[in-house]
Design a protein around this ligand. Structure first.
Ligand code: ZN
Length: 125
């Protein structure tokens, strides 16, 4: 997939998920740079500036790139929930917060994977 195609896919999903307040910067990176959790992408954001960086290994097969973009955009769609969790964790003791953070990150990732699969299946029909 070209960077232009990947950008158009991001724009399409940004509109569909009503995330137009975000300035999404797509960065095409080496697969090695994003494979920490076995995926082809990474997302980071700044809620103050509303800037989002999505790092994608676009040299992967198109279907994988499309799925990765969807996965990262679902993470962005869940950002308010993620930030609410982080606020609550900030009120807890360090020990409890560390345990809570690991649990919430795991549930967030599982939910994102489940939603990515569901959207992909729904769109395939
Ligand atoms: Zn993820």
């Amino acid at each position: 997939m070209t960077k232009g195609q990947a950008k158009r896919e991001v724009a399409r999903l940004q509109k569909a998920f009503e995330l137009c307040q975000w300035d999404i910067q797509l960065r095409c990176v080496d697969a090695v740079a994003v494979d920490a959790d076995g995926g082809d992408g990474l997302i980071s954001w700044d809620s103050e500036t509303l800037v989002v960086f999505i790092d994608i290994a676009i040299q992967s097969p198109d279907e994988d790139v499309r799925s990765t973009i969807l996965h990262e955009m679902i993470h962005l769609a869940l950002v308010d929930m993620t930030e609410a969790h982080n606020k609550v964790l900030g009120l807890m003791s360090l020990e409890a917060a560390e345990l809570g953070k690991a649990t919430l990150e795991q549930v967030n990732e599982q939910t994102t994977v489940r939603l990515t699969r569901a959207f992909t299946n729904l769109c395939a029909k």
